[in-house]
Write a protein that binds this ligand. Structure first.
Ligand code: UGA
Length: 436
């Protein structure tokens, strides 16, 4: 059992903290937001993440997980500190590392101040450009900290599946300058029986960027393939299944749609592009993958236009606002971009999402209307546009679709029962699919 301090209680920080507590470690969290700290200490999540409630409530009750706004308090007994703060993109695509730098100074200050003897390992979990973790050493030392090591332990957590991805990962990567620090971090995961790779710091940092850049490229390939398939009257999902059986390719992340969103794929790919360009190299494949993704949401608008003609004055039921299912997150969501494009075309949009409506309201305000259910969004609509892969959309009864003014359905995911829609007489078109 180790004592771990987690700095930052966003998606990555809170999930890591709860999972470390479940792995029998003592966890303290630091966050500057007092409201978040109070909520966590009362055992309530500050994020929407399936499966986090129970283990968090248990860990908070047992005082295995305690949150604080005070670094010296949270770091007093910690053998490890995990940096889980945000690394947002700036306008020019560069990575804003100010939170990481602030965090490093605060860790140094808290380590210098405390009485506990022995080595402390500072672990980077935030996604940072290669070279960042090692660059923190002077700042930590400047504050007076002496016996500490640095590691990079990237996260591969998908929102909505983050608890599962932490406890049952495909792999764990630990980058370190010193073998003993890598061994110490590896031991924290000893109860997780999965491949663990030890690398140097920069390799670990690059593995994270490369993984997200590859996933982004794979989705954009699938989306480009979808647009090609449409030209040949071929169903892209059948093609993806056929390709996916080849173990060299794999079926994962070949689902075509309205484009990838979320807080990571785009941000990390953009950051990698930017940092690489600064070093004199233009990563053309990655750039093309991002360009394809920027255009993809507009395919939804084009498909709607091809079925309805002008969209001005048309009422569109938009199903899904989150960037994917099982989350309330709308950051870079393709659905939000579709909504904005439809509004610009003069359409009246009525949206429904099981979780993301409150966040969408903050972004879109009154430019669109929000329905309390899929059935209510569909009622009287000229067309339905499905943008998020919520499984519950598969269960919308045909009778709800029949309450639309025109039975026109456009799909940017692969959720709806196409056979049932066809049988019921829908006019259907999907990204990468034959219409009927
Ligand atoms: C992504 C990575 O999958 C995680 O491994 C990584 O740790 C995380 O970013 C991060 O860097 O923190 P996440 O953004 O939560 O996770 O979501 P994904 O499941 O990767 O989905 C991203 C987007 O791609 C969604 O909009 C989804 O709808 C879209 N997608 C995904 C497709 O359009 N097609 C697919 O086949 C798969």
């Amino acid at each position: 059992m180790a004592s771990i301090c987690v700095i930052g209680t966003g998606y990555v920080g809170l999930v890591s903290a709860v999972c470390f507590a479940s792995l029998s470690h003592m966890v303290s969290c630091v966050d500057l937001d007092e409201r978040k700290v109070r909520r966590i200490n009362s055992g309530k999540p500050t994020i929407y993440e399936p499966g986090i409630e129970k283990p968090l409530a248990w860990a908070a009750r047992k005082r295995r997980l305690v949150a604080s706004t005070d670094y010296s308090d949270a770091m007093r007994d910690a053998d490890f500190s995990f940096i889980c703060v945000g690394t947002p993109s700036r306008e020019d695509g560069s990575t804003d590392l100010s939170y990481v730098h602030k965090c490093a100074s605060s860790i140094g200050w808290a380590l210098a101040k405390r009485k506990k003897p022995g080595r402390h390992v500072v672990v980077m979990k935030s996604t940072v450009p290669p070279g960042t973790t090692e660059s923190l050493e002077p700042a930590i030392r400047r504050e007076g900290a002496k016996d500490f090591g640095l590691c990079m332990n990237p996260e591969f957590l998908r929102e909505g599946n983050a608890m599962h991805d932490f406890m049952k990962p495909d792999r764990i990567v630990v980058g370190a300058a010193k073998q003993r620090d890598a061994d110490a971090v590896a031991k924290l995961y000893s109860r997780i029986n999965k491949p663990l790779l030890k690398t140097d710091l920069r390799t670990a940092e690059m593995i994270k960027y490369a993984s997200n850049a590859f996933l982004a490229t794979k989705i954009s390939f699938a989306n480009e393939l979808a647009n090609m398939c449409e030209k040949f009257g071929v169903d892209v999902y059948g093609v993806a299944d056929g390709m996916g059986h080849d173990r060299r390719i794999g079926r994962g992340f070949l689902n075509a749609g309205a484009g990838f969103g979320g807080s990571c794929l785009k941000k990390d790919s953009g950051s990698l592009l930017h940092e690489t360009r600064l070093r004199g190299f233009d990563a053309k494949i990655l750039r093309a993958a991002m360009d394809t993704n920027d255009k993809q949401p507009y395919r939804m608008v084009e498909l709607l236009r091809s079925l309805l003609g002008s969209l001005a004055g048309k009422r569109i039921a938009l199903l899904g606002l989150a960037f994917k299912d099982n989350t309330d997150d709308i950051r870079d969501s393709a659905a939000i971009r579709v909504a904005k494009a439809l509004v610009q075309e003069g359409a009246a949009v009525v949206a429904y999402d099981p979780q993301a409506t409150a966040n969408a309201k903050r972004e879109l305000g009154g430019t669109i209307a929000y329905a309390p259910s899929a059935a209510k969004a569909l009622r009287g609509a000229d067309a339905c546009a499905l943008c998020t892969e919520w499984p519950i959309f598969a269960k919308i009864p045909i009778s709800s679709f029949r309450k639309m003014k025109h039975f026109v359905v456009v799909e940017g995911r692969d959720i709806l029962d196409k056979a049932a829609l066809r049988k019921a007489g829908a006019k259907y078109s999907g990204i990468g699919r034959r219409g009927f």
